[in-house]
Design a protein around this ligand. Sequence first.
Ligand code: ATP
Ligand code: MG
Ligand code: FE
Length: 339
Amino acid sequence: PLVLGIETSCDETGIGLVRGHTLLANTIASSMDEHARFGGVVPEVASRAHLEAMTPTVEAALAAAGVRLSDVDAVAVTAGPGLAGALLVGVAAAKSYALGLGVPLYGVNHLAAHVAVDQLEHGPLPKPCVALLVSGGHSSLLLVPDVAQDVISLGSTVDDAAGEAFDKVARVLGLPFPGGPHIDRAAREGSGTAVTFPRGKIDDGTLDFSFSGLKTAVARWVEARQAAGETIHVPDVAASFQEAVVDVLTRKALAACKKYDVHDLLIGGGVAANSRLRALAQERCDAAGVRLRVPRPGLCTDNGAMVAALGSNLVAAGITPSMLDIPADSSLPITTVHV
Ligand code: ATP
Ligand code: MG
Ligand code: FE
């Protein structure tokens, strides 16, 4: 079945077309240029941009896939979590397409979709797997017996998300928003051992994370040097901060695999695009005999293909489609895979 995926939870209008686990199109329009000068996504601006981008992005995706709208067999849309107004635009569009085409509609969880997307690159997910989900708004360790119906939370951040920490530290270092990719790039010229920053909750025996102390420590360190009239070597600070984040993420992810005796680890979400996270995770998985799956960076950040990928799982699992009155739920919990 050909599944159309619609993603509008933040600033990306993402349209994906997927058949089984085959990716046919992944077309994205982003309003990030309009938000960057505010140092964060402005919800009203994002909603309006989704409205304007929806039809042209769907048409571009159909053209890229070489299919017609009438070929679509099912529609999947992000029902949450995300910005309420932005989600509403996607959900309204998805209802219209599903109703107009007379095909089933699935309202899916954005976070589960960040996990499901890997199948487009590496095939069906091992059952079970452990998933480290690290994005702009979330950081969680998940046990995933079956991404179509069962996602269990093992731990999550008690304060900032990993991506949020990247974005806030970037700001301290004078790098543009969103800061993750800029820190990643700057860090390649620096040393991860230049400064030892705190690793929150590293040895507390839980599978939870904490990044707000690290963010504050970096800000204090930078302020102190600046007050003393010293120049900051941005690449060293970026690399040392990044090392602290990825050290904790990978250690806890492998601790989760060990605790639940799972031999497959998947990393998803925007921060999974980070080159140092990918490298260190590979190193530590190899040492622990755990197989690692991380989708290519373009599939880690928000997109429509991930929504179509999860929709495809739901269709294949024979899940009952959502009602046409599906909600847009800004705080949909990770354990609710579909609404
Ligand atoms: P959520 O999925 O929690 O709703 P979101 O959809 O806004 O949040 P994503 O698009 O999944 O988040 O991820 C965006 C985040 O990923 C931003 O915080 C961004 O800085 C971060 N990010 C993107 N690329 C990189 C990178 N190479 N290194 C580190 N962080 C990155
Ligand atoms: Mg985004
Ligand atoms: Fe996301």
